[in-house]
Design a binder for this molecule. Structure first.
Ligand code: ADP
Ligand code: MG
Length: 701
């Protein structure tokens, strides 16, 4: 009965029919009653409140006025035609404007009779106007009842043209709610209802669409958000439990010669306390008999790679192979060189596998890998190809994880009959609540300390018109023997334009920094790998002082002598991208600088991004700001994850509820790990439904 209601195809709802159903499916993914019921209002307006024309001003989100249309005329010609009307009451008038559907609108409106106007007031040349207002006949019997919290639904142009504007949705929701089964099954345990003082599922659904008052609405919102977030946590924590119980891990009981020799004889510096702590955490996982799945966060330059290397040595000491997967070829090459450098006095065989390793070289590499002769394999996603076979893969490190999908990670896992341990490293810090939601099934380590002697990078904002000054500064730094990055944006859709900008920028830089006094390198994504590599090498070997690049250098490259990072068109980069770029300097002991170049005009968000960067070097603060500006849907790494199927909750705005939901899930599973108690029957059923949908079901049974 209940299931039937939720699964009923949407065309069977009174007022929908085949045509609208098709559009609802296509435009909004609404297939059945259940989908429409969870198509929640995005805000509520007070339709009991009436304004006068004289009270309308542009700061109001909307106005509702009773009045009459006094004149109606089409102005302009061709595609620029506008329909304008004067709408007046006894206190004055506002102008109404339409840009579309002029014919139909002008023929259906009548002069000098009463209308109720509803819309957003704007101001233009001192005159208040409303664009595409809603106009209703107050005597219309189908008019929706006025209430102080009338729901407003998002719609699309196509749906609106078929009568499904916000009002249209409101009518459908009315019909739908009227048919809502009386004994709707509860989806949260009874105990939660009293503990969190939330309404029943049925009442919450009714109130979210048609609240009687603000208090009722708030309770319904809380309940629905809590439920969404709670089930995410329940799923993550449940899977984590299953994994730790059912999936055996490779055992690395000993700390052997490779680790000890490196630590005692070859480590060129003292580890930071944070690095030591993380190594201890990983070591204890290695010896636990369970498979490790750990997320390692640490700001750029905090020394994650070294931690990963030392843990790889532990694996090698126990007779296993390791791999390190990097998101780009440049980065893989650099990791391979760094690690080979650290290992040069030790009997560890380090190899590099990328897309450019081909033919015979590749065959040879693959066979020594299969024979177990290679201890550490470093590479790009070329590592996940099926013909890459290890003799005994025990430990996988994934650097800069957000570029790898969950799928790709899983393919690596399967390269051993016992799942290898996995360490995911990310330099794009994620706010705690987001990490809890996205990686809630991973254990978590953080390096919250930079190696000693690092000076924070000084960040400033400069306008294009100050360029001469900036160039003067660059010349001073070069005189001191330092190197400079100048980065141009490269955004897919406008790649051609961007490449032209880069090329022009490069040419003008070459004019301003003439050879032989200055040498300039250029690297961008369209160059052949070998050429790119040669240019990078010239810069790394200090043969050139300036590196002009697109954001290909964003991740990872390590040139401690580079002290200035100039970002051109900085307004076009995202916050975390800018933070990553800035992390390319400040790697040595000299004071480093990041200069964000923009034109005079800046949008509001861009202004906030640039101000944030200038004010703080703290990656976590930056990621919080990023989350607030863009919402979780856009935060790097969340898009591919496909995990955040949230309809009402917002990870950024509802952080408190995220915390409550996680606590509640921990409490429930702590008391009843397999959800067998009868009081948890509801939760078990809810969880089974989710796991079936996401294909994780097999991992339970
Ligand atoms: P991340 O990968 O976290 O951005 P890296 O591992 O690339 O950082 O380290 C940045 C630089 O700091 C490297 O040159 C590395 O050798 C150096 N480094 C790492 N740990 C320490 C330490 N404890 N003391 C001094 N330098 C360190
Ligand atoms: Mg790194």
């Amino acid at each position: 009965m209940e299931k039937e209601y939720f699964d009923t195809p949407i065309e069977f709802l009174k007022g929908v029919g085949p045509q609208r159903a098709e559009l609802l499916r296509k435009e909004l993914g609404i297939f059945n009653f259940g989908d429409l019921l969870t198509y929640y209002p995005f805000r509520y307006v007070d339709r009991t409140r009436y304004y006068k024309c004289s009270e309308a001003h542009a700061d109001l989100p909307y106005v509702q006025i009773r009045g009459q249309i006094k004149s109606l005329a089409v102005q302009g010609a061709g595609r620029k035609k506008i329909l304008k009307a004067v709408f007046a009451d006894e206190t004055g008038s506002v102008e109404l404007k339409w840009f579309q559907g002029l014919k139909w609108i002008s023929s259906s409106l009548k002069l000098n009779r009463d209308y109720v106007l509803f819309g957003k007031p704007n101001e233009y040349q001192g005159q208040i106007n409303v664009i595409h207002p809603e106009l209703e006949d107050p005597e219309d019997p189908t008019r929706v009842k006025e209430s102080s919290l009338q729901p407003v639904y998002n719609s699309t142009e196509k749906l609106k043209s078929k009568g499904l504007d916000s009002k249209g949705f409101l009518r459908l929701q009315r019909t739908l709610i009227a048919a809502l089964p009386v004994n709707l099954t509860e989806s949260l345990p009874e105990s939660f209802l009293s503990e969190f003082k939330v309404p029943s599922r049925r009442n919450a659904l009714i109130s979210i669409h048609f609240p009687e008052n603000q208090e009722e609405l708030s309770k319904a919102e809380f309940r629905i958000k809590f439920e969404e977030l709670f089930y995410i946590q329940l799923k993550l924590l449940f899977l984590k439990l299953i994994r730790s119980e059912k999936i055996k891990g490779v055992d690395f009981p000993k700390v052997g010669d490779h680790f000890n020799t490196f630590y005692k004889d070859h480590l060129p510096f003292e580890l930071t306390e944070a690095q030591k702590r993380v190594i201890r955490e990983i070591r204890s996982d290695f010896a636990s008999g369970k498979q490790m799945n750990r997320l390692l966060q640490g700001d750029v330059g905090s020394g994650k790679t070294l931690v990963a290397l030392m843990c790889m040595l532990l694996a090698v000491d126990n007779g296993y192979q390791c791999c390190l997967m990097a998101p780009t070829e440049i980065l893989a090459v650099q990791h391979a060189e760094t690690i080979a450098g650290f290992m040069k006095n030790q009997e560890i065989n380090v190899a590099l596998l990328t897309g450019s390793v081909k033919g015979k070289a590749r065959q040879e590499l693959l066979s020594s890998l299969a024979e177990g002769k290679i201890n550490i394999l470093i590479g790009t996603h070329a590592l996940i190809e099926d013909d890459v076979k290890f003799q005994s893969l025990g430990f996988i490190v994934i650097d800069e994880q957000h570029r790898f999908g969950v799928e790709q990670r899983a393919r690596l896992w399967k390269k051993n009959n016992i799942y290898p341990h996995v360490l995911v490293m990310t330099a794009t810090p994620i706010p705690r609540t987001l990490a809890m939601t996205l990686y809630g099934d991973l254990d978590y380590s953080v390096i919250d300390e930079l190696p000693p002697g690092r000076m924070p990078v000084k960040t400033v904002h400069r306008l294009d018109s100050n360029r001469l000054q900036v160039w003067g500064f660059v010349k001073d730094e070069i005189k001191k023997g330092r190197q400079i990055y100048i980065v141009y944006p490269l955004i897919d859709e406008s790649e051609k334009v961007d490449l032209n900008n880069l090329q022009e920028g490069y040419e003008s830089i070459c004019r301003d920094f003439p050879s032989p006094e200055y040498r300039v390198s250029i690297v961008h994504g369209r160059m052949k790998a070998a050429d790119k590599d040669a240019e990078m090498q010239r810069f790394i070997q200090k043969k050139t002082q300036i590196m002009v690049a697109t954001s290909v250098i964003e991740v990872g490259v390590n040139v401690p002598n580079a002290t200035v990072m100039i970002v051109e068109n900085a307004e076009r980069f995202g916050l975390s991208q800018l933070h990553q770029l800035r992390g390319r300097v400040g790697r040595g002991s000299d004071q480093s600088y990041c200069i964000l170049m923009t034109g005079n005009k800046l949008g509001n968000d861009a202004r906030i991004r640039i101000r944030t960067l200038c004010e703080t070097n703290d990656g976590f603060k930056i990621s919080e700001a990023d989350l607030e500006l863009r919402g979780p849907g856009d935060t790097e790494g969340t898009r591919q994850s496909g995990m955040l199927d949230l309809k009402l909750a917002n990870i950024s705005k509802d952080q408190k509820i995220v915390g409550l939901a996680r606590e509640a899930a921990i409490r429930i599973l702590g008391d009843d790990p397999s959800l067998e108690k009868s009081s948890n029957r509801t939760l078990r059923a809810g969880l089974e439904k989710i796991l079936k949908k996401s294909g994780d079901w097999s991992r339970i049974s």
